[in-house]
Design a protein around this ligand. Sequence first.
Ligand code: BGC
Length: 587
Amino acid sequence: MQTVEWWQNAVIYQIVPWSFLDTDGDGRGNLDGIIDKLDYIAALGVDAIWLTPIYESPMDDLGYDITDMLDIDPVIGDLNVFDKLVKLTHARGLKLVVDQVWGHTSDRHFWFLESRSSRDNDKADWYVWADPKADGSPPNNWLSAFNGDTAWAWEPQREQYYLFHFLKSQPKLNWENPDVLDAILERAEFWLDQGVDGFRIDAPNFFLHDPELRDEPMRPEGSPWPDGIDPKNPMAKQIFQNSFCRPESIEALRPIRKLVDRYPGTVTLAEVTLCEDSIILSSEYVKGTHYAHLAYNSALLVDQPISAKLMKDTLTRVQRYFANGGNCWMVGNHDYGRLRSRWAGHDQDGNPYPETFYHQAAAMLVAMPGALCLYQGDELGLSEARIPEDIPVDQIQDPFGKALYPDVPGRDGSRTPMPWQSAAPGVGFSSREDTWLPVPESHRSRAVDVQTEDPGSLLNTWRRLLHWRKNQPALMQGSCRILDIEDSIFGFIRETQQQRLLCLFNLSPETAYFNLDESMLPGVDAVGAGLLAKRNGNMLRLRGYGYYFGNLQPQSQPANSSSAKDTLADEDVSESESAFVKEEISL
Ligand code: BGC
C-alpha cells in the first residue's frame, strides 16, 4: 500500500500567538500561553499546529514584518520557550509548523537599513530598487495590496524607489539575488534544526516580478474579479500578471524544497490566495515533487451563502487540478475573517443560518479529501468582531483595515483574543481587560468553558468529528467520487479497499431526501459522527442543514456477502451494532 504522509490529510490548527493566551498580563498572548493550552489542542483532535509569525518584529503587520528571522519576539517568548514548545507539542503527538516570511522584511531589518543607505553598499541589491520615471514618478503602475496606492516608496538616500507589495514598511526582497536566497535558506535551516515539522510559506506568488517592470494591464469592465481580494480594493482594477503571480515564483521554491527534503516528514504549505484563479495557481505550486507539498487557495474564503452547487463545483475543480493531491482547505484565517460570518450567516432568503449549519460545516470539512486548516476560534463558532460596535475605530490595529476604513472591514474582526472563560474579566485570555484587541461581549457565551460543558455545542461537535475521522480509513486516505445529485444535497463517496463511506450534506433549510440505491446497500450508519439524518429502509431523510455518513457495501464484494460491517475499522464495530438505529444527535 502507498505510504500516506501525515500532512496529506492533516488538520492543521492555526494559532495567532498574540491572541491565544496571555500568561504575563501584558494583554498579548505568548508561547507560554500556547504551552498551557496544548492539552486543549490535542483534545480537539487536530494533527498539527501552525503558528503565525513569532519572530522579532515591530508588529506593523501582525509579525509579517520581521527584523530578525532568527529570533523570537520578546513579547512572544524566546528560543528556550520555543524549544520547550516543540518538545511538548511532539510529546502530545502533534506537529508544529511555523510561518516563514521570505518575500519581504521590516524596513527596520538591518539588511534594509544598509541597502537603503547608498547604491553601492554590500546589500545594495538585496531589495528591489528602481529609478523614477523622467517626471520623478514611480517606475510603473503597480499597486500595493494594503494601501490602495502605488507599490513604490521613495528613498532619498539612493534617489530611487523601492518596491513593497503590502506595507511601505515591508520592502520587497530581491529574489533574483543569490545572496538573498542563501540567507533565506540559512534561516530556514535554522528552524528545521530547532525541530519544527515544516513551514507555512507566506505569499510565495509575490517572490518574483517582471524583470522589465512592465505596467499591469487594467481589468476590462465586466471581467471576473480576481480571487482573494475585496472588490473595493483599488488593486482589483488591475490584472495580476507583472507585479506578482509570475511562473518564476513557483520555480523559486526548488531550493527550499531541496533543503526541506533533507528533513524527512517535514512539510511546506504555500499560501496562494491573491491571484486571478487561486485553485489553478495554488495547484501549480504542488505539481511534482520540487515545489511545495501543500498549498491553500481562497476558493472557500468566500463571503456568500454556501450552496450544494458551490461546494460541488469547488470540489470538482479541486479534484481536477489537484489530481495528485496537495490541496489544503482554508475556510477562515487571520486574513479573511471568521467562517461563521463569512459563510454568509444568512441563506438565500435572508434568514440567518441556524446553529445546525455550522455543525454540518464541520462535518463537511472533516470529510473532504486533502488537508484542512482550522483557525483558532472557528471551532467555537466565533463571529467576526465588528467595527465600530466591538472594536472602536481608534483601536483598529490592522494597517490594511486602517488605510481603507470604512470601505473594507479590515482583518481585526477575526484576530480578537480567544475566549477561554466566559465569566472571567479578560475572558480567561488575559488578567487584564484592555487586551491588544478587545474581546466582543457576544464571544463570552461561546467561551471554551461554556461549550465544554454542553454536549451539543459546536466545540464538542468538532471534537467528536475530528476524533471519529482518525478512525475512518476512507477519510484519512480514500479516493473521492462526487455524486451527481440535483438540488440541495452535496455528496460524495470516500473509498479505500477497507471502507466505502457515503457522505451527504443537505445545504438547504428544507428537509431533503436521498434514496440509497442497490449499489449502496446494505449500509451501516456511521453514528459515531453524530448524524443529523434518519433512515427509513432505503430512504434517508436529512433535516435542514443535516448531514449523513454511512458505511456502504465495498464495491469489490458481492452485494450479499457479509456486509460492510465486517470491513470496518475497530472503533466502528461498536457503531455497527447500533446500525439502523437512526438517532439524530440533538442540538
Ligand atoms: C499574510 C498576511 C500578511 C501578508 C504580508 C500574507 O499573505 O497572511 O497576514 O499581511 O502576507 O506579509
